[in-house]
Design a protein around this ligand. Structure first.
Ligand SMILES: NC(=O)c1ccc[n+]([C@@H]2O[C@H](COP(=O)([O-])OP(=O)(O)OC[C@H]3O[C@@H](n4cnc5c(N)ncnc54)[C@H](OP(=O)(O)O)[C@@H]3O)[C@@H](O)[C@H]2O)c1
Length: 319
């Protein structure tokens, strides 16, 4: 079968389309014939060997996919650590979910990482239940990205007032159509000052933070009493810097989130899926697809993501 292979950890430019043996169905797993794969920032890190827990190369790239389960013929979408960007994958059934009837395979391939991560961010923030009369405020960094757009859609269902940052007015306009309440172009405006001004100096209840470096502390400063920063990435390439003393005055906290680990907890995933699938069936969730590329043009897809030029999700179609 055809697959996008990481021959060695030399970065996305070293990826190769290769013929590889079809996967053997491991005990307790099922075979899925894939139709599309969602591209993630983690795939960029994986290609360079910078993601924890990887086996030695060569390995097949890709952490999420949609397709058809070979034995049952059911349409499914799934999550893995690698192996998704190939014509077939062997996968344990607890990391597969049925595709909502109205979604295409491209939309389904954009679901697992973004929507589970965004849902768990609300859950870690203590905001996963519908909101009381006064809506909680959440600041979402990279709001026009994959996780960001998912967080806006889930926030709308939960009755959250959403604030989001992006480098581009055009991207912010798109996300406002999805339901974002307040956009902040961080190229023009300091987001900490903007949040202070927009919330009458009060701050927000949670920040979804994936930039790292100075931004974790800056995000803590955007919080009001007992607020929480949910940290789940370091796109700036710099590790987060937080002096815990900054948390004392307002009783704030910083929480980590890593889907790789959370996905090992079957009960947690089942509960999250129960909520997410109900919202999807009600037509509240629509994975935002910004760009699709056939698998043999994966280099362009990776490059788009590296340059931060994407709006929403970048999806690879698998013939
Ligand atoms: N912990 C977890 O389990 C988990 C799960 C999923 C994702 N993540 C992490 O969350 C982050 C976002 O994921 P995603 O899939 O939503 O990504 P994405 O769709 O590729 O969005 C990334 C966006 O971040 C913004 N950005 C701001 N500063 C950046 C910088 N210094 N470098 C690169 N991008 C920058 C850019 O948008 P603007 O131009 O609009 O600013 C860029 O388009 C990634 O770091 C990813 O690794 C973590």
């Amino acid at each position: 079968m055809r697959a996008l292979v990481i021959p060695q950890f030399s970065g996305p430019q070293g990826l190769e389309m290769r013929d590889v043996p079809e996967p053997r169905q491991a005990a307790g797993e099922v075979i899925v014939k894939t139709e599309a794969g969602g591209l993630n920032f983690a795939d960029v890190l994986t290609a360079a060997g910078g993601y924890p827990g990887l086996p030695k190369p060569p390995l097949v790239a890709g952490r999420e996919f949609a397709g058809v389960e070979q034995a049952s013929g059911d349409r499914v979408m799934g999550y893995t650590q690698w192996g998704a960007f190939a014509e077939q994958i062997s996968i344990p059934p607890h990391l597969l979910w049925p595709v909502p009837a109205q979604w295409s395979s491209v939309q389904a391939a954009a679901f697992p990482v973004n929507f589970f991560t965004a849902y768990f961010a609300y859950w870690k923030a203590g905001l996963a239940e519908p909101s009381p009369p006064s809506p909680p405020r959440v600041l979402i960094h990279a709001v026009a990205g994959g996780v960001g757009t998912a967080a806006v859609e889930i926030g709308k269902v939960l009755g959250v007032e959403t604030y989001g940052t992006s480098s581009s007015d055009e991207k912010l306009d798109h996300v406002k159509e999805l339901g974002l309440n307040h956009g902040i172009n961080y190229k023009r405006t300091d987001y900490e000052a903007a949040i202070r001004e927009m919330t009458n100096g009060e701050g927000v209840d949670a920040v979804f933070e994936m930039l790292g470096g100075e931004h974790t502390t800056k995000s803590v400063r955007c919080l009001r009493d007992f607020g929480r920063v949910i940290t789940y990435g370091a796109a700036s390439g710099k590790p987060s810097q937080v002096d815990p003393r900054i948390l004392y005055a307002k009783g704030t906290s910083v929480h980590g989130l890593w889907l790789t680990q959370l996905s090992k907890n079957r009960d947690l995933m089942a509960n999250a899926w129960k909520r997410l699938s109900a919202w999807a069936d009600e037509g509240e969730l629509h994975p935002v697809i910004g760009h699709t590329f056939p698998l043999d043009r994966a280099h362009e897809a990776y490059q788009l993501l590296i340059e931060g030029k994407n709006y929403g999700k970048v999806v690879l179609t698998i013939p």
